[in-house]
Design a protein around this ligand. Structure first.
Ligand SMILES: CC(C)(COP(=O)(O)OP(=O)(O)OC[C@H]1O[C@@H](n2cnc3c(N)ncnc32)[C@H](O)[C@@H]1OP(=O)(O)O)[C@@H](O)C(=O)NCCC(=O)NCCSC(=O)c1cc(O)c2ccccc2c1O
Length: 139
């Protein structure tokens, strides 16, 4: 089993609701931001030029199960693994804990796409240099 990429986020006041707990929509933003940090940690970018193509990763599926609440100023530990590396798609899992307690578990699937101004977004095979780096984190 691959070691996950790990990062942390401090739960911000503006991410909580009137019950004082992190709002469900905020979990998706934390997953997105953690995924972008993961991509950058590999020396990649969420939007890059590869072989003359502008490559981007629009999302086609996202889900999250909420197990326990987390509150303002608590630290959220996020562990990311690649659960599927398809021909064009990448699926990630996100295990979110706080002080060792299970908080939430999410999944996101994005598709490698060529995005050029004025043109339709087109899915393309994941370039070898990206695939190679993601492979290390394949669950
Ligand atoms: C993205 C699309 C253009 C793909 O359409 P296409 O017809 O080419 O897709 P296929 O059916 O051939 O599938 C390709 C590939 O994807 C897998 N897949 C497709 N749908 C799903 C799904 N629902 N769940 C799981 N997997 C799915 C399929 O199995 C194939 O996998 P292989 O690996 O086997 O090849 C088209 O779907 C489209 O345009 N969708 C709309 C996209 C969109 O608007 N998304 C919401 C906004 S995107 C966004 O918010 C966003 C956030 C970020 O953080 C980004 C970060 C970095 C870059 C971009 C970001 C971004 O856009």
């Amino acid at each position: 089993m691959a070691e996950p990429f790990r990062t942390q986020r401090l739960v911000e006041f503006h991410d909580t609701d009137m019950a004082g707990i992190m709002h469900f929509a905020s979990f998706f933003q934390y997953m997105e931001s953690a995924e972008h940090e993961f991509i950058r940690s590999l020396g990649l970018s969420v939007h890059s030029q590869i072989a003359g193509k502008t490559i981007s990763f629009p999302r086609v599926a996202a889900s999250c199960d909420f197990k326990s609440p987390v509150r303002c100023e608590e630290v959220l530990d996020i562990a990311i693994l690649v659960t599927r590396l398809g021909s064009k798609s990448i699926s990630y899992s996100f295990e979110m804990t706080s002080a060792g307690k299970e908080i939430a578990a999410g999944n996101i699937t994005c598709v490698c796409c060529q995005v050029e101004p004025g043109e339709d977004i087109t899915s393309v095979p994941i370039p070898a240099e990206i695939r190679e780096k993601l492979q290390t984190y394949l669950a």
